[in-house]
Design a protein around this ligand. Structure first.
Ligand code: NAD
Length: 262
């Protein structure tokens, strides 16, 4: 029996990158999981089936779009009706866009605030009543080193991530007496499609080569000079779901190779 046997988790943005690592880590500990996110249907089905096969748990897919509040509530309801409860919610879906503030497309600002910040509010709003009723819950938000410090050309992302840190603290205080914890995890650069995709725009915005972006922009911030791995982030989330972490709430946990120590 895994440490999360009998528990059910929803992980937003888990068709890829860090989210997929969270889903696999929870499933590895015995939880059933709802995966969510975009991608080619056959790729998503492959990952879903692989979770069930590898870990002998149930995995279902919700196509909820994190810009749509009703679909987010529907995703939580799907988890509750299929599994009987949602005990763990990880708000992880996120996108990036890199541009000088005066040229930042208004629709990109709105989209980043919706996916990277407001979706967490909608998910938390939907999941808290059931967690309170059952007297147990874990809410984990993927923030970022950019919840603590800024980088130029990422106005929407940095604003959303600072917002997530504030939302985390507020919710932690509200649910503190219900054995529900709410924390955020703030990774530095993790090698995922999200990081890979922003390299061309950063090359353009800063007039740099690909190698210069990787070494002088991305890893320049990280004193260890190594990328964080998705699995390392997922291990921290797994710890936050344990009984040993019951008194850890309202925190912002950095996993950033020393970035925000500087
Ligand atoms: P990724 O691009 O690999 O994954 C993002 C996930 O979000 C995908 O599953 C994608 O389909 C999903 N998604 C995007 N828009 C969506 C929408 N409208 N509705 C539903 N799902 C949607 O990125 P990642 O690097 O794994 O990022 C995951 C989280 O980690 C994000 O919140 C990101 O800001 C954060 N983060 C990443 C890094 C990094 O270096 N990769 C660092 C710090 C924080």
């Amino acid at each position: 029996m895994g440490s999360l046997s009998g528990k059910n988790a929803v992980v937003t943005g888990s068709t890829s990158g860090i989210g997929l690592a969270y889903a696999r880590a929870f499933a590895g500990a015995g939880a059933n999981v709802v995966i969510n996110g975009f991608g080619a249907p056959e790729d998503i089905e492959k990952e879903r089936a692989k979770i069930e096969q590898d870990f002998k748990v149930k995995a279902i897919y919700s196509p909820a779009d994190m810009t749509k509040p009703a679909e987010i509530a529907g995703m939580i309801a799907l988890g509750e009706t299929t599994f009987g409860s949602v005990d763990i919610l990880v708000n992880n879906a996120g996108i990036q866009f890199v541009s000088p503030v005066e040229e930042f497309p208004i629709e990109k600002w709105d989209q980043i605030i919706a996916i990277n910040l407001s979706s967490a509010f909608h998910g938390i709003r939907a999941v808290v009543p059931g967690m309170k009723k059952r007297g147990w819950g874990r809410i984990i938000n993927t923030a970022s080193a950019h919840s603590l410090v800024a980088s130029p050309f990422k106005s929407a992302y940095v604003s959303a991530k600072h917002g997530i840190a504030g939302l985390t603290k507020t919710v932690a205080l509200e649910v503190a007496t219900h054995k529900i914890t709410c924390n955020c995890i703030s990774p530095g650069y993790v090698w995922t499609p999200l990081v890979e995709k922003q390299i061309p725009d950063t090359m353009k915005a800063r007039s740099l080569t690909r190698e210069q972006v990787i070494n002088d922009v991305l890893l320049a911030a990280q004193p260890t000079k190594e990328f964080v791995t998705s699995e390392q982030v997922a291990s921290l989330a797994l710890f936050l779901c344990s009984d040993d972490a019951a008194q850890i709430t309202g925190t912002n946990l950095s996993i950033d190779g020393g970035w925000t120590a500087a």
